[in-house]
Design a protein around this ligand. Structure first.
Ligand code: NAD
Length: 354
């Protein structure tokens, strides 16, 4: 595997492999950029089919974190970690402590937190061996804790902004929304949408998760294979990445995409394909920044939950700016967002150099 020649390699500062014989830990940390501060981003545990699959994922995810942190105005660069393994079978206290030592070996260049397959409890184990971790348990009223509900709040507010922009309406009553993946974020998003009178369709590869959401929110469970082509107004992808691609885009009937998943576009030009198909795409790393805002404020200390919530309310304003610019310049929303993020990171470099 020639990492420097991989399509996903984007001038990453470091890609580090960690292995622990005793616990079987196999982990990769990618630091994309520290121009704006230490690299912050979650740790994904996933049963990757191969090491190169894991490298591809961590390279893409860490670049996304640079852009996400820059667009959210956080004093952090972008990084991400993956642990290769099945989170339902391979977890142990020792594994996460070994992972914590791996994070600690980078001496604060990378700060970890939870992501798909890892939880607050796992990060508590990491915190026993390193300080470079966030997304931990917290006291009521303090910033932090499980980021999923915060991410869901940001997606909910961003979805409302996208609906306003596309349909010119401020309420969601009777709107049809399909949510792909009702795990940590998707579940909380369903709760917020239901309270506003949305008609929900949901799909999850875990039957128990789908059942819980359909019971609690009066949501119609639809097949996993067809959720992206449901006849709805809005699609909220809250599972894994690369869901919008040359195969899926022609089948989409929604006019808005506003969801939590990272790296929703398989290729950059899929953003243009969505634009040409008349679909308004809310760039993933802008709309899903609620969790990292919470994690970052927890890590820096001193912030209250109310301050975090107020910061998350800035997400719709940033999205509106992107939508307006995209319309004005006739460009895809993801292209506009990428350029804005790159400019912010570039200015950070200039500031450090000056
Ligand atoms: P999660 O693992 O709790 O939930 C994901 C859900 O999607 C699971 O229930 C899973 O069964 C389901 N799923 C997986 N593949 C599916 C498929 N093909 N079709 C339907 N369902 C499928 O993860 P989460 O924390 O809710 O995160 C969801 C997405 O949002 C991820 O892409 C994650 O990277 C992103 N994200 C999460 C946060 C956060 O705060 N948790 C923050 C930013 C971005």
């Amino acid at each position: 595997m020639d990492i420097f020649s991989m399509r996903e390699f984007d001038g990453h500062e470091r890609v580090v492999f960690g292995h622990d014989e005793e616990t079987g830990l196999r982990s990769i940390i990618a630091i994309h950029s520290t121009a704006l501060g230490p690299a912050a981003g979650g740790c994904r545990m996933w049963p990757y089919g191969s090491t190169s699959e894991a490298v591809t994922d961590v390279l893409r995810l860490s670049r996304g974190m640079s852009y996400k942190n820059a667009m959210a105005g956080l004093p952090f660069g972008g990084g991400k970690a993956v642990i290769i393994g099945d989170s339902r079978k391979a977890k142990s206290v020792e594994l996460f402590q070994a992972y914590g030592r791996f994070v600690g070996s980078l001496a604060g260049r990378y700060i970890t937190a939870e992501d798909v397959g890892t939880t607050t409890a796992d990060m508590e184990q990491v915190a026993r061996v390193t300080n470079f971790v966030s997304g931990l348990g917290r006291k009521p009223g303090e910033a932090g804790g499980d980021p999923a509900p915060k991410t869901a709040l940001g997606v909910f507010l961003g979805l409302k902004a996208a609906v306003k922009f596309r349909f010119g309406r401020s309420d969601l009553e009777g709107l049809r929304v399909a949510v792909q993946g009702v795990g940590g974020v998707g579940y909380h998003l369903c709760r917020l949408l239901t309270a506003e009178g949305v008609k929900l369709r949901i799909a999850d590869i875990r039957p128990a998760a789908a059942q819980r959401a359909s019971d609690e929110f009066d949501a119609v469970a639809v097949p996993v294979e067809s959720v992206l082509s449901e006849e709805v107004d809005v699609l909220a992808p809250c599972a894994l990445g690369a869901v919008f691609n040359a195969q899926s885009i022609p089948l989409i009937r929604a006019r808005v995409i506003a969801g939590a998943a990272n790296n929703q576009l398989a290729e950059e030009n899929d953003g243009t394909a969505l634009e040409l198909a008349g679909v308004l795409y809310a760039p993933d790393y802008v709309i899903n920044a609620g969790g990292i805002i919470s994690v970052a404020r927890e890590y820096n200390g001193g912030a209250t939950e109310a301050q975090v919530t107020s910061e998350i309310h800035g997400i719709p304003r940033r999205l509106m700016e992107i939508f307006e610019r995209a319309r004005r310049d006739g460009r895809a929303t993801n292209t506009v967002a990428d350029q804005m993020a790159q400019e912010r990171i570039g200015r950070g470099v200039a500031r450090l150099v000056a």
